[in-house]
Design a protein around this ligand. Structure first.
Ligand code: AMP
Ligand code: MG
Length: 411
């Protein structure tokens, strides 16, 4: 029996390198950057005005000045601002030569080509110097960054229309079992609808991979062999069910007959003990247990880090945070356990963990309510207070509801 750490270490020993592709910026959100982005130009490219107002020589104000021209955003000044002169300027327009500051329109009054500036300003006031946001030659984003809207804005500001990202691994998903039927089809006697394929597809998308549905396969070696052959066009293959020691658990035998070097592991964690893991060529193959919760737990612990690593993410593991247990929790000692917990913010913004539903390996509903796993060591029998929680879903952190008030007020 392997510990979770040992199994994970073995899985990550041999992760295939993934390809890169160039995508338009509009399709780049959430992708992992595969190039270093160096600013090719200054940002802003020239000294610009941060205000609507008048470009002046700071030594001339306060005072009365002659307005020599008007420069809108997108236009360029044609005149040098001399002593006693000003240029009417809009936000985002280039500051004319000769001027070293901009006075806000609110601090002036003008009639015809005359303007009275009522305030004094220092050099540089309301001027954005060239390169003040990003200087040419500066490294602004490095490979491995997950592109969010802020990064997309930076790329666009630097004139990039496309960006090189890691290719999403295609994950072939296969469920096995004579009893398993796709939702939408009628159930025969002794049959159940397959939950695993849809849960796994969601897990794949969440990890940044592209799920490929390969459907349900009967507990029949020939059918399984054919299905695994079809799966070989994917970058990773994941099957569920058929990896236990039942009479109809054929996954290992079929893969071995196909020349796949496959290990059959018992991992010391609850839920989710059996795990088959191997390679065909460079392609990892995971045989996950059929029990719906074990299947998801195994995916999150072992398949997800492989996907994230293939995606070029230098931090491929789910984060573990410190949370406060809502109620003390007890159990009999045994295997290390991943207890499904719902998460919320408590007093002072602390993360509160509440045990979610019945904890059996077939109890799906707890998984729907849960956002993380409370990590319990094998010898632990009771827990309260601060506990480690591995977080796999962050949707509970979003939004603040109608009671939201910002302490800053109206200013
Ligand atoms: P197995 O690993 O094939 O022995 O299956 C263990 C348990 O998981 C059995 O109760 C199966 O009926 C159930 N199971 C297997 N595959 C699925 C699936 N795709 N969706 C839901 N339950 C499944
Ligand atoms: Mg089965």
């Amino acid at each position: 029996m392997f510990s979770v750490e040992e199994a994970l270490e073995r899985v990550l020993r041999r992760v295939p390198a993934n390809a890169t592709e160039r995508v338009p910026l509009a399709l780049a959100q959430g992708r992992v950057l595969a190039e270093t982005i160096v600013a090719g130009c200054d940002l802003p490219p020239w000294a610009g005005s941060a205000m609507d107002g008048f470009a002046v020589r700071s030594a001339d104000v306060p005072g009365d000045l002659t307005v020599i021209e008007t420069v809108a955003a997108g236009k360029v000044p044609s005149r040098v601002v001399g002593p006693g002169e000003a240029t009417r300027i809009m936000t985002g327009a280039p500051v004319p030569a000769g001027a070293d500051a901009v006075v806000m329109v609110e601090d002036t009054s003008s009639v015809g080509d005359r303007v009275t500036v009522r305030v004094s300003v220092g050099p540089g006031q309301h001027v954005r110097p060239a390169g003040s946001e990003i200087a040419a030659g500066r490294t602004v984003l490095t490979a491995g960054v997950v592109l969010g809207f802020g990064a997309l804005g930076v790329l666009a500001a630097l004139g990039r229309a496309t960006v090189v990202v890691y290719v999403r691994p295609r994950v072939g998903l296969l469920s096995t079992g004579d009893e398993v039927v796709e939702p939408g089809l009628p159930l025969g006697p002794g049959q159940i609808w397959s939950s695993n394929l849809h849960a796994l597809a969601g897990l794949c998308r969440d990890a940044g991979a592209e799920p490929v549905y390969l459907g349900n396969v009967a507990d029949d070696p020939a059918a399984l062999g054919a299905a695994f052959s079809r799966a070989m066009r994917c970058d990773i293959v994941v099957s569920t069910g058929g990896v236990s020691v039942g009479d109809f658990d054929h996954v290992k035998g079929v893969l071995t007959d196909m020349g796949v070097s496959i290990d059959f592991w018992r991992v010391a964690m609850k839920p989710g003990k059996p795990l088959a893991y191997g390679f065909i060529g460079e392609r990892p193959i995971f045989g996950l247990p059929g029990n719906p919760v074990s299947c998801m737990v195994n995916f999150l612990q072992f398949v997800r880090p492989v996907i994230r690593t293939m995606l070029g993410d230098p931090k491929p593991f789910l984060p573990v945070v410190s949370a406060v247990l809502a109620e003390p929790w007890t159990r009999r000692p045994g295997r290390p356990e991943l207890v499904r917990v719902a998460l919320s913010f408590g007093e002072g913004g602390r993360v509160v963990a509440s045990v979610a539903g019945v904890q059996g390996s077939a109890h799906l509903l707890g998984m729907a309510d849960a956002s993380g796993f409370l990590l319990v060591a094998g010898d632990t029998t009771q827990l309260s207070g601060e506990v480690p929680v591995q977080v796999f879903d962050w949707s509970w952190t979003a939004g603040a509801g109608p009671s939201y008030r910002w302490a800053g007020g109206a200013g």
